[in-house]
Design a protein around this ligand. Structure first.
Ligand code: SF4
Length: 208
């Protein structure tokens, strides 16, 4: 048997994490980036022990058949774990739709997953060349834009979101991002205000 999905958090019922559906959310443990505004800091260490047992979550989901429509994998970065692919298959076998929240860190893994996904929320953080200033990781900007391209070409329903802190994203860059997305065939960018209260980089609280 392969490795089990490591889960750092679980929401058994939500009406806001998958458009138009009642869903459970599985917060996957681990992310290779360290975005300055990240507020899921407990979920970042990849090797942290799993706070929830995946088999128990599957058991819970089996008891919710007919009551929930979908299961959303969020994080952390869900595609960081190789166990995600099996977990998606298991959830589909229970009859649920599958949603994915991703920052688009691993395009090849996402490409393999796309046929099994019913909805994707993709975070775009910046123009490719400006990613490192947010994620702290050099060269991190290419992958998410590749993911945007892959998803734009697929039939999978997609929402692209950007978390905005005024110091990190200028009006000009925001317009350039919108334009670049439109060139890929993605007409809408959902802009969410950054909540810096629990941000990894606490200096963001004082910058605006
Ligand atoms: S990609 Fe998401 S989970 Fe990872 S550090 Fe950035 S905001 Fe946090």
């Amino acid at each position: 048997m392969g490795e089990k999905l490591r889960v750092g958090g679980f929401t058994p019922f939500t009406a806001i994490d998958y458009p138009g559906a009642l869903a459970a959310v599985v917060f996957c443990q681990g992310c290779p980036w360290r975005c300055r505004y990240c507020h899921n800091t407990d979920l970042l260490p990849a090797k942290a022990p799993s706070a929830y047992d995946w088999e128990q979550i599957l058991g819970f989901l089996a008891s919710r058949q007919g009551l929930l429509d979908a299961v959303v994998f969020s994080g952390g970065e869900p595609t960081a774990q190789n166990a995600l692919e099996t977990a998606v298959i298991q959830v589909r076998a229970l009859g649920f739709k599958v949603g994915l929240h991703t920052a688009g860190v691993y395009p090849r893994k996402l490409d393999r997953l796309i046929p099994s996904l019913d909805w994707v929320g993709l975070d775009i953080k910046a123009l490719p060349e400006n990613y490192a200033a947010i994620t702290g990781v050099e060269g991190s900007g290419k992958a998410p834009w590749q993911c945007a391209e892959l998803l734009a070409r697929s039939d999978t329903p997609l929402q692209v979101r950007l978390t905005r802190h005024p110091v990190l994203t200028s009006d000009t860059e925001l317009e350039q991002i919108r334009h670049k997305l439109q060139e890929l065939g993605i007409p809408h960018l959902e802009v969410q205000r950054c909540n810096s209260e629990k941000a990894l980089d606490q200096t963001l609280k004082f910058l605006s």
